[in-house]
Design a protein around this ligand. Structure first.
Ligand SMILES: *Cc1c(COP(=O)(O)O)cnc(C)c1O
Length: 433
């Protein structure tokens, strides 16, 4: 057992001044019944905590760190940029370059607005959709997360699922009533909502590969059907690719599956580890935004030079090295190792994976939607999590998150992870699970 002295001290201080000691609830180890470790630094596939313990990391900042932590060329780019000042409240060349790069790799992204978080991308996308259609309602899927804007905090996946809060207090019920909830991979639930009030629905918003109820892949054809339903009913299709964008391929995973979203949300990877978000779509729809059109949206630090430079560098490394086949192979290696580990230890569960995103659910034999995800054994997961941490492997502290691989994870790292998982699953047997 490694020392947690410094982390515990920091946790105690943080608890006094910061609600729950964290600035984002998913960072608390509440669902696994412990105080979180405090991180000092990261390097490649590892992170080091305040007590100088080093962990192999599968959180990867919840997605942005696809090149691993402190990637040399990204660090160099940020340092270089920082010398030039941190933002000017004026447009910069870098923003043009990032918009051009996103647009050249995502067909539907004719125009791009940069914001500071995925949450902002989501609320902006909804506002545009409502303005474009003149309709109030939005359809989302149970278990999909689109940031914490009021309209989207309904059945919103990982954070809420982990803490047992499907919906947030403080969201006016009149607003929540405009968010209609469908079941992932159950197109008939979307059809039903459209049948009831087709003229009220502005948009359907979806994670084309869901990663916030744990990883759940879309059924073949279900996204195509969504695109068709929205088109036939005069509603927009918003693909939330804040996680999947530039992670599963260089660009949009929806487009790689033959879907043409009306609006796309990006974040995480396109900021290279710095705060960022983006909403993009056709020139016609995007020109609804001020200062061209009537939809107001703004941000003091939107498109700030450090985020944009970090994002540009990350994307250019991804474009040059094209690591997607290798990331997929690494994911496949981890997936099959974890499947074997479940089998060997007699634990029931399943492994869902999309490229370098992966979730091992403990309990259910398949997970295709949030209801099936919720049948997972969270107490068992908590014990598994601590088994992994004690063996130097940092996985997300929730059954309902994805593990993230980076280009810095080696086969040896993955094999070590599989060995640790096998031992941790064995411990579950010993503990009466
Ligand atoms: C992380 C995430 C968001 C929110 O992004 P923030 O930058 O955390 O506000 C939105 N949608 C999806 C799919 C995400 O994974």
């Amino acid at each position: 057992m490694t020392s947690r002295k410094k982390s515990d001290e920091l946790f105690n201080r943080a608890s006094v001044k910061i609600p729950g000691a964290v600035n984002s609830p998913v960072r608390a180890w509440k669902a696994v019944g412990a105080a979180p470790i405090f991180i000092e630094s990261g390097n490649g596939a590892t992170i080091t905590d305040a007590d100088r313990n080093t962990f192999l990391d599968y959180v990867c900042s919840y997605g942005p760190a696809i090149l691993g932590h402190a990637h040399p060329s990204v660090m160099r780019a940020i340092a270089e940029q920082a010398r030039l000042g941190l933002g000017f409240g004026a447009p910069t060349r870098l923003e043009v370059e990032l918009a051009e790069l996103i647009s050249s790799s995502i067909t539907c992204a004719q125009k791009v607005r940069l914001v500071t978080s995925g949450t902002e991308a989501g609320l902006t996308a909804l506002r545009i959709a409502r303005a474009a259609t003149g309709r109030p309602n939005i359809i989302k899927f149970d278990g999909c997360y689109h940031g914490h804007s009021d309209s989207m905090l309904v059945r919103a996946g990982s954070g809420g699922m982990t803490l047992g809060q499907p919906d947030s207090a403080g969201v006016p019920s009149a607003l929540a009533a405009m968010t209609m909830v469908a079941r992932y991979n159950a197109i008939e639930t979307v059809e039903g909502l459209f049948r009831a009030a087709p003229e009220k629905i502005a948009a359907v918003i979806v994670e084309p590969v869901a990663a916030n109820m744990g990883v759940v892949n879309p059924d073949a054809g279900s996204l195509k059907a969504l695109a068709e339903i929205t088109r036939n009913n005069g509603a927009l299709l918003i693909c939330d690719e804040v996680i999947s964008g530039f992670r599963l391929c260089f660009g949009s995973v929806a487009e790689s599956m033959g879907i043409a979203p009306d609006l796309i949300m990006l974040g995480k990877i396109i900021g290279g580890g710095m705060p960022v978000g983006a909403v993009a779509g056709s020139a016609k729809i995007m020109d609804l935004l001020a200062p061209v059109g009537p939809v107001y949206q703004a941000g003091t630090l939107s498109g700030n030079p450090l985020s944009v430079r970090a994002g540009l560098e990350t994307l250019s490394v991804l474009q040059e090295t094209n690591p997607y086949a290798a990331l997929d192979a690494a994911g496949a290696r981890l997936e099959s190792g974890l499947r074997d580990a479940l089998k060997k230890t007699g634990q029931t569960g399943c492994v869902n994976r999309a490229g370098s995103l992966l979730t091992m659910f403990l309990g259910p034999e398949r997970v295709r939607d949030a209801d099936e995800a919720r049948t997972s054994d969270s107490a068992k997961f908590a014990k598994f999590f601590h088994g992994m941490i004690d063996r130097g492997i940092n996985i997300p502290p929730s059954q309902f998150e994805a593990m993230f691989l980076s280009t810095a994870h080696t086969n040896a790292d993955i094999d070590r992870t599989i060995a640790a998982a096998t031992e941790s699953l064995k411990d579950l047997n010993a503990g009466g699970y």
